[in-house]
Design a protein around this ligand. Structure first.
Ligand SMILES: O=C(O)CCC(=O)C(=O)O
Ligand SMILES: [Fe+2]
Length: 194
């Protein structure tokens, strides 16, 4: 079990590195840009367990939110529940055996100056069976905490001015943790938008 978990972490980190290369290219940056500043570092794995619920219409597994970090790669079992918000409507993300869900987080939205958008999502409960999901959150290298953080300079121009103030991640996390659930239910990037 431990061995397979460690193997999983090894592969998911490798996948993260590849995705950060592709995202760098998609942003028009050098292929190694996001990797070289430490985006593929500092990943944490979480395991969620949602038991079958007798009255799913009365509750939610996880309320609406955007992930606060950079990127999340999510593995889920065959029981659906994850929903994403698109143009004001909730859509089910049907589990695909062996497939992973890739979610942009708020920090990547900020770094990309809104070129990439974090996705609002939630988890609906169900009475069909127990749901298990295993997200891996990329939150950046520990050195991110005390360096100035904001939109990537190469993506800023007169025509595309920064939409976010520069800030320290340590303060952003403190603000996020101390703001009420209602305040940060939608998006954490709004905490530092210009
Ligand atoms: O269980 C899921 O599918 C999503 C969980 C989630 O959104 C989170 O941990 O941030
Ligand atoms: Fe999430």
């Amino acid at each position: 079990m431990l061995k397979s978990t460690l193997e999983y972490i090894k592969y998911i980190r490798r996948l993260g590195e590849t995705l950060f290369q592709l995202l760098s290219e998609a942003l028009g940056l050098q292929e190694d840009h996001l990797g070289s500043i430490g985006c593929a570092k500092g990943c944490s794995i979480v395991c969620h367990y949602y038991p079958a619920c007798p009255q799913p219409e009365l509750t939610l597994g996880v309320r609406k939110h955007a992930d606060p970090g950079i990127l999340a790669l999510l593995l889920q079992n065959e029981i659906s529940g994850l929903q994403v918000l698109h143009e004001g409507q909730w859509f089910d993300v049907q589990p695909i055996r062996g497939g992973l869900v890739v979610n942009i987080g708020d920090l990547l939205q900020i770094m990309s100056n809104d070129k990439l958008k974090s996705v609002k999502h939630r988890v609906a409960d169900n009475h069909v069976g127990r749901r298990i999901s295993v997200p891996c959150f990329f939150e950046g290298h520990a050195t991110f905490l005390d360096k100035p953080f904001g939109p990537i300079k190469e993506l800023i121009s007169e025509a595309n001015p920064p939409r976010y103030k520069e800030f320290r991640l340590r303060e952003y996390i403190a603000r996020f943790l101390s703001s009420s659930l209602d305040q940060n239910k939608d998006s954490n990037s709004s905490l530092i938008a210009k």
